[in-house]
Design a protein around this ligand. Sequence first.
Ligand code: GLU
Length: 343
Amino acid sequence: MANTGDLKSLADSISSVTSPFRNYLSDLHEKYQSLTEGAVADYIPELALADPNWFGICVATVDGQVFEVGNCTQTFTIQSISKAFVYGLALEDRGRDYVNSKVGVEPTGEAFNAIVLDEGTNRPYNPMVNAGAIATADLISGQDGTERLKRMLDMFQRYTGRGHDISVPVFMSEKSTGNRNRAIAYLMLNFGMVGEKLEETLDLYFQQCSILVNARDLAMMAATLANGGVNPCTGDRALDERYVQDVISVMLTCGMYDYSGEWAYRVGMPAKSGVGGGITAVSPGKLGIGIFSPPLDAKGNSVRGVKVCEELSSEFGLHPFSVGKAKRDLAEWIAGSADIDSW
Ligand code: GLU
């Protein structure tokens, strides 16, 4: 089914052979492919099946250029990365004031799955820990679980430009082993912080964690946030512009588990990681980064993913508080060197 888009893609991928930015990413990929630290998540058997060698880096710019190296079409479950985007949908569904009354925006030094709520307000601390993510999923509108899930999947499609499936084995495992999440949810029910349809919401939460994405999707999701909520390749609005700042702010303060402070210090890009090995990172007004590499460090972040983001941030001056001249000028490096393989 060759059409103009396919031909353009072909031309772009041929031109990518000489793309300086793509070559830079290839070198980065090669440099960190040999890093074998970290361990693949194994709290459910399906995640333990991931190949530790899988490694994809994708960068999508706000003007719609896509650069990718390595395993960028290999799918994996989005896991906690979903939390940031579902938070955006909850803000659209319920408005900021109501969402704020149910979920805080304060970082916590506790583990992501801690059974803890803010003592004063009974709110979960933020939408990136499991308590906050379950309370956020509870806010998603829809007549029943099917409609609520469909609204989530439609939202992800607006971010990535393609439809998404759920990994049924991962969902079933998350559900059957998810007693800790169930305990958190029922504690919140006890305090009236979530509604009565809690089992439906828990299923929705387990399903959102089980959505299949690839590194390119993560780059497009981040690029969409970087572009004010509009997917730079499709032109579709994925998130109301009013809420983009809210979402990327909690990504910066709470997105990288208990490494979030270090991350803000070293990398500075709002980001979210998940135990499937994905990281999505936003450079507002510039680009989105998607990385997939399953081995995780002790904090639960992809080892190679953290390294790549650190290096991209320092080389191209992507830290928002960076005041010096970047070692490499991003505009020069990416100018006219698109690597769009399949748009
Ligand atoms: N499904 C996981 C849980 O609820 C999320 C893990 C993660 O990516 O942090 O425990």
